[in-house]
Design a protein around this ligand. Structure first.
Ligand code: UD1
Length: 422
């Protein structure tokens, strides 16, 4: 298995291009199932999660081609042969469950494996099921699979979610585009990836309003048509690389970045003493004087501080002046990076969903192991700021969500290389 070797090397300077959003692409791809006409996505990220979604759609009979070195994904669902998402694919990636709403809406039936346990918590699907049942679906759990039916088609309804789940919002919105009548989804998630999905669905002929607010209204239509859509910038990749100059010092411009995607995060960086400004091409992040200050963080649904940047922010707080409290409210078990950071000399105490981090003057390189995608990149950030060498193993997690991580960080002066495993 490959690993990444990082050697602390002082301030970083230059530019990093930010890719299209993994999480947007993973919901835009299943949207192809809603129409028999082609859907083409541009600005797609080159990631193993995208390959997994490609394999899933192909297993359903969709045609999926990767063009222009993977940045364009051309899809067609004119000849689907199956409505079953198999456990073998779903277990690899929870976002596989996003085929449920589209399949059910277009074919009146779908069978989707439950994702099963995951390293960052139980991650059930009750909110997806409740929402689709609200649209008239009958859903049964048999042999680890959700068997969903809507024999007379889905019907628009008013549904309020108990929690603003991102995936459940996406599944319900996609399903409602082809339901009869109007659906009002209350307490919907407001993430930019949902806004991006709605913009694409609208290009396909869907009638939707209110995306980006807690109430989304969908007027069902008989059919959707083809479209071409550019995937929104990845705000988590953006936030991750904003932390590179924050933790190492220096000044980096994140090309394609926008403040509106990372406002709550940028406010925390500002409070920590890191400057974030918009440029014509993206965001400029600079830390010029001394150590950052400790700040407290609570993860929340958008527009709050994203859970997907908590691990990376913890790496920064490990080197801050003072003590910070990081509270994880979205997922249980999302502090698996903490013991690894401690191996690098960090001072962290975890109690339940709260981590208390007392900054140290410098971290020390060490062999560490990543347990999930965001944890692995937080260890790379820590390695960039540490004295000596850090080897991060289990890099396959990183390949799920960060394209060309070595090239992007090398481009701003980091000493980083991928070591091929035996
Ligand atoms: C998406 C993102 C993920 C991010 C998360 C929260 C994708 C592909 N992934 O995941 O990177 O960390 O949003 O911003 O977009 N829950 C339930 N029942 C459900 C659904 C969710 O209890 O039916 C719980 C989950 O266990 C979790 C919380 O709700 O504790 C948030 O989950 P959700 O917003 O659904 O996240 P995902 O869509 O899975």
């Amino acid at each position: 298995m490959d690993s990444i070797l990082v050697t602390g090397n002082g301030p970083l300077n230059g530019q990093i291009p930010i890719a299209g959003a993994k999480n947007a692409c993973l919901t835009l791809m299943p949207a192809t199932l809603l129409s028999e006409e082609p859907l083409t996505l541009t600005n797609a990220p080159r990631l193993s999660d995208i390959k997994t979604m490609t394999a899933l759609l192909q297993s359903l009979g969709a045609e999926v081609s990767s063009l222009q070195d993977g940045q364009v994904i051309a899809m067609s669902s004119h000849n689907l042969t199956s409505q079953t998402a198999d456990y073998d694919i779903v277990r690899k990636m929870r976002a596989s469950n996003l085929v449920l709403g589209p399949l059910l809406a277009r074919f009146g039936q779908a069978v989707v494996s439950l994702p099963g346990g995951c390293a960052i918590g139980a991650r059930p699907m009750d909110l997806h099921v409740e929402g689709l049942e609200g649209l008239g679906a009958e859903i049964e759990l048999k042999d680890g699979y959700l068997h969903a039916k809507a024999p007379g088609g889905l019907k628009g309804a008013v549904h309020e979610m108990r929690f603003a789940s991102v995936g459940a919002t996406e599944n319900i919105v996609m399903a409602a585009t082809l339901a009869k009548g109007t659906t009002v989804l209350k307490n919907a998630a407001r993430e930019p990836e949902i806004v991006d999905l709605v913009e694409c669905l609208r290009k396909m002929g869907a009638q939707i309003s209110g995306e980006g607010t807690p109430t989304i209204e969908i007027q069902g239509v008989d059919r959707l048509h083809g479209a071409t859509h550019q995937v929104v910038t990845d705000r988590i990749e953006l936030g991750t690389y904003m932390l590179a100059p924050a933790i190492c010092g220096g000044e980096v411009e994140l090309l394609g970045g926008r403040m509106s995607l990372v406002e709550s995060f940028a406010r925390k960086l500002d409070a920590a003493g890191v400057s974030v400004t918009e440029t014509g091409n993206g965001l400029n992040v600079a830390r010029k004087n001394g150590r950052v200050r400790a700040v407290d963080v609570v993860t929340e649904p958008f527009p709050g501080f994203p859970t997907d940047l908590q691990a990376q922010m913890m790496a920064l707080m490990c080197t801050a002046e003072g003590t910070s409290v990081l509270e994880e409210r979205i997922f249980e078990n999302r502090f698996m990076h903490a013991p690894e950071l401690v191996r690098m000399g960090a001072n962290i105490e975890v109690h339940g969903g709260t981590a208390t981090v007392t900054g140290v003057e410098s971290l020390k390189g060490a062999p560490v192991m990543a347990t999930d995608l965001r944890a692995s990149v937080s260890l790379i950030l820590a390695g960039l700021a540490a004295e000596g060498e850090t080897t991060v193993s289990r890099v396959y997690h990183l390949d799920r969500g960060y394209e060309h991580v070595v090239r992007k960080l090398e481009g701003v002066g980091a000493r980083i290389e991928r070591i091929k495993g035996q």
